[in-house]
Design a protein around this ligand. Structure first.
Ligand code: NAX
Length: 325
């Protein structure tokens, strides 16, 4: 039998994982022929719930799931792994400022980053989901200098998928007809959903919608979709977030389709003038388990201005957490 891919997942007893783990175990992330082992991390108070999640995973009798480890010890969770999905984070409580959230979650990501640095394979693929995802990934990267920094990424695939769905509804097409959707920036309301390079059945999306819709409806609807789900559901997106994590890793490992790309928050290499080292969402193509930032796109002044605002937000967040980096 092929060796299993080992995946560490933090916050495994939470809402996102309650849908995501079952997708991974049934082959949604690494494909229908690749066995997987799950190394699930939780805080001690949530271990009982995590054991219940394991009972349900066992009860599915997934043919591809060879092992499920439940632990509250990050060393155990991060040993011998191929990928690490950082979902666990403290939610924003009543009266809490964004900077308080940054600091509380920063502590989690700096301490987990140090353990990852000590025990994980340097080429481990990391996807940070817990918010503020980009800055948490930035902190984790700073605390894990032995790891390949290129492999420390954050999730903007949910925003990318939301943008595709909004455009598909607007132009009345199916999802596979849309190529080259793009999210620039931070996973926050400053993100920049951009249809400048998007095609619908080979036609420029910009020729199918008016500019006013693209700038005044599409961008804010996508950027504030997380808030709209919270308002409707009473808690943040869970199944769609879990689905996006599956998509993020599947694209990275199996590649993007020819003639298409995806959006991933990755360490900036200075492309498009974005400060090097910030975890910023770019268009990327993936091949052979690696990604490349798409180069040479011309950016309109309007999009450029918004990209800079999102960069500034990330610079401000980085300044707030500098003592942890
Ligand atoms: P839940 O509160 O349901 O679950 C979080 C879990 O993390 C809890 O079980 C908690 O015990 C655990 N946890 C906390 N600290 C931990 C630590 N140090 N080690 C291990 N586990 C720890 O939240 P859920 O709905 O699953 O959301 C998780 C995170 O994803 C939140 O930060 C949320 O804001 C973020 N999201 C990110 C999205 C993205 O696109 N990047 C979209 C969805 C979501 O908002």
């Amino acid at each position: 039998m092929t060796d299993p891919v080992r995946i560490a997942i933090t916050g495994a007893a939470g809402q996102i994982c309650y849908s995501m783990l079952f997708r991974i175990a049934s082959g949604g992330m690494y494909g229908p022929n690749q066995p997987v082992a799950l190394q699930l991390l939780e805080i001690p108070q949530a271990m009982k719930v995590l054991e219940a999640v394991k009972m349900e995973l066992d009860d599915c009798a997934f043919p591809l799931l060879v092992e499920t480890i439940c632990t509250d010890d990050p060393k155990v969770a991060f040993t011998n792994i191929d990928a690490a999905l950082f979902v666990g984070a403290k939610p924003r409580g009543p009266g809490m400022e964004r900077s308080d959230l940054l600091k509380d979650n920063g502590k989690i990501f700096s301490s987990l980053g140090k353990v990852l640095n000590d025990v994980a394979n340097p080429d481990v693929k990391v996807c940070v989901v817990g918010n503020p995802a980009n800055t948490n990934a930035f902190i984790l990267k700073a605390n894990a200098p032995n790891l390949n920094p290129r492999n420390i990424t954050a999730l903007t695939r949910l925003d990318h998928n939301r943008a595709i769905s909004q455009l598909a509804e607007k132009v009345n097409c199916t999802v596979p007809e849309i190529k080259k959707m793009l999210i620039w920036g931070n996973h926050s309301t400053t993100q920049v959903p951009d249809i400048s390079y998007c095609t619908v059945n080979g036609k420029d999306a910009s020729s199918l919608v008016d500019q006013q819709w693209a700038q005044e409806e599409f961008i804010p609807t996508v950027a504030k979709r997380g808030g709209a789900v919270i308002a409707a559901r009473g808690s943040s997106s869970a199944a769609s977030a879990g689905n996006a994590v599956v998509d993020h890793i599947a694209s990275w490992v199996n590649g993007t389709d020819d003639g298409d790309w995806t959006s991933m928050s990755v360490p900036s290499d200075g492309s498009y003038g974005i400060t090097e080292g910030l975890i910023y969402s770019f268009p990327v193509t993936c091949k052979n388990g690696d990604y490349e930032i798409v180069q040479g796109l011309e950016i309109s002044d309007f999009i450029q201005g918004k990209m800079k605002e999102s960069e500034q937000e990330l610079l401000d967040e980085a300044a707030d957490v500098k003592e942890m980096c």
